[in-house]
Design a protein around this ligand. Structure first.
Ligand code: SF4
Ligand code: SF4
Length: 285
């Protein structure tokens, strides 16, 4: 949990921050006030007077600016309206969970995907996790934005069978505006992985009015074709708004809340562009 990018359209808002958070599900809240009673920070605000127009005005609400995430309210909420998002785990604990699914991996040909947030933000943890999986004979994938020092990716290569590598857009300026970071290291790291002969699946979120023009996709296709045979596949991931509940549960605004999901049919032309460049491409992965 925790990401070094801050993509405006993020589909996994619970993975942006590097700390545990709290979901509040209004439909389960009985307004019992237990959360208010136990909060040592006075972060739980009592319902405001009936008749006011604020959203959820009749419910207890957490003021995140006062909350220190002690989770006492979550423990006190017997109706399941509050839940913790993000648990600390050791590498060994994660591997034990993975091992429980070993028979499934062996039968299905599946394996372990380390994802986030951004796994390269935790290089030691990620390396040990991947190494542990390799030692157990489990196939490994690393799902990454590629926004990290090359040395980090390089240190993960020996334990990674497939890199799932996100590309958002080729314009540096637009990339900074919509993700908060420069794309130069991302593109440079992808080139180096390809030069090393790694197996790479490139994943492209297709975001309306950001990177969904045929002209832009032509440029991306040219770039990817230039990387050679390391790119085994391109997955186009159409924007969807199914995650809007998660933003609501976290008490956060989302500028894409009213943007319609992109139907698969609207991405067909972009898939054709990729395939015309000789790139095996799927919609959705
Ligand atoms: S303890 Fe749970 S059910 Fe009770 S008011 Fe708080 S969030 Fe709602
Ligand atoms: S996590 Fe702790 S500080 Fe935050 S609202 Fe709940 S009880 Fe209060």
């Amino acid at each position: 949990k925790g990401c070094t990018l801050n993509c405006a359209w993020c589909h996994n808002p619970e993975c942006i921050h590097f700390f545990p958070e709290i979901y509040w599900k209004q439909s389960l809240c009985r307004q019992c006030g237990r959360c208010f009673d136990v909060c040592p920070q006075e972060a739980v605000q009592p319902p405001i007077a009936l008749g006011r127009e604020e959203e959820n005005a009749h419910y207890y609400k957490i003021d995140l600016s006062r909350c220190d995430r002690c989770m006492r309210c979550v423990e006190a909420c017997i109706y399941g309206a509050l839940s913790r998002v993000g648990e600390p785990k050791t590498v060994e604990e994660v591997l034990q969970e993975v091992e429980r699914d070993m028979p499934f991996y062996l039968n299905s040909g599946g394996g372990m995907t380390v994802t986030g947030g951004e796994p390269t933000a935790f290089p030691d943890f990620t390396r040990e996790l991947l190494r542990g999986a390799c030692e157990r004979g489990i196939h490994t994938c690393l799902d990454t934005s590629g926004f990290c020092e090359w040395e980090v990716l390089d240190s993960l290569r020996p334990y990674t069978n497939i890199f799932l590598y996100d590309i958002k857009c080729l314009s540096g300026k637009l990339h900074v505006m919509r993700t908060g970071v420069n794309n130069s290291p991302i593109l440079a790291n992808l080139r180096r992985l390809a030069e090393c002969g790694e197996t790479i699946i490139v994943r492209i979120p297709v975001i309306p009015a950001f990177n969904d023009s045929p002209e832009h996709m032509e440029k991306v296709a040219d770039f990817l074709r230039g990387l050679g045979p390391s790119v085994m596949r391109v997955d186009l991931l159409p924007f969807h708004n199914w995650c809007q509940d998660k933003y609501r549960w976290l008490g956060r605004e989302w500028e894409y809340r009213d943007v319609e999901s992109l139907p698969t049919s609207e991405v067909d032309d972009l898939l054709d562009i990729m395939e015309e460049h000789g790139l095996k491409t799927t919609i959705g992965g």
